[in-house]
Design a protein around this ligand. Structure first.
Ligand code: RP5
Length: 197
């Protein structure tokens, strides 16, 4: 186990079986295992370019989180174990990103009562429309909160997870107010346009 800043890193997720050690970490420097509140999972390492936007938001708000590859099709047993142990391990929100036949968010949501936020990764073949429709069209009874396709969706999933956690965390609520105020003043400070640009 290694420590990077305030994050504890491990090659294993606490509370799940040994075979998961074979599942690669996506990025160890933002892993938080014992105290993770948000699980950021994705169908493939190739999704990390998109899903890192969610992790970055969580890091900026100092929200303990873990980032893992969990594939609905290639590692279905690991998916079930991840989803079924998520609540008892202390996770509060799961952000799940996938592309193409994007079954990960829905399959996770079917095996946990934690809120699941789905991020459609922009696929090459169909530009993410396949991912979006696969994630958004859930049958009644199994909710997945679906975000926009691509990096904006991943970033907003991180922010939405922060808002969910802020419901019981006044300090985090304050940080969200500050974030909103900073964002507004940044946009307003650059609101003028000229033909020279
Ligand atoms: C999905 O298939 C993943 O979420 C990824 O977006 C897509 C392609 O995966 P790779 O072939 O790049 O591993 O399961």
């Amino acid at each position: 186990m290694r420590r990077f800043g305030s994050y504890i890193c491990s090659d294993k997720v606490k509370g799940v079986s040994d075979f998961t050690a074979a599942v690669p970490l996506v990025r160890t420097d933002i892993m938080s295992t014992d105290s993770a509140l948000v699980g950021v999972i994705m169908g493939s390492r190739s999704d990390w370019e998109t899903m890192s936007a969610a992790a970055r938001v969580l890091q900026d708000f100092e929200i303990p989180h873990e980032c893992r590859v969990v594939s609905a099709h290639r590692t279905p047993a690991w998916l079930t174990e991840y989803a079924r142990t998520a609540e008892s391990r202390g996770l509060k929100v799961i952000i799940a990103g996938a592309g193409g036949a994007a079954h990960l968010p829905g399959m996770v949501a079917s095996q946990t009562v934690l809120p699941v936020l789905g991020v459609p990764v922009q696929s090459k073949a169909l530009n993410g429309m396949d991912s979006l429709l696969s994630i958004v069209q859930m049958p009644g009874g199994i909710p997945v909160g679906t975000l926009a396709i691509g990096t904006s969706g991943a970033r907003n999933a991180g922010l939405l997870a922060a808002r969910i956690l802020a419901l019981s965390d006044p300090e985090l609520t304050q940080k969200l107010h500050e974030f909103e105020a900073d964002q507004t003043s940044m946009i307003l400070s650059k609101s003028e346009l000229s033909l020279d640009e």
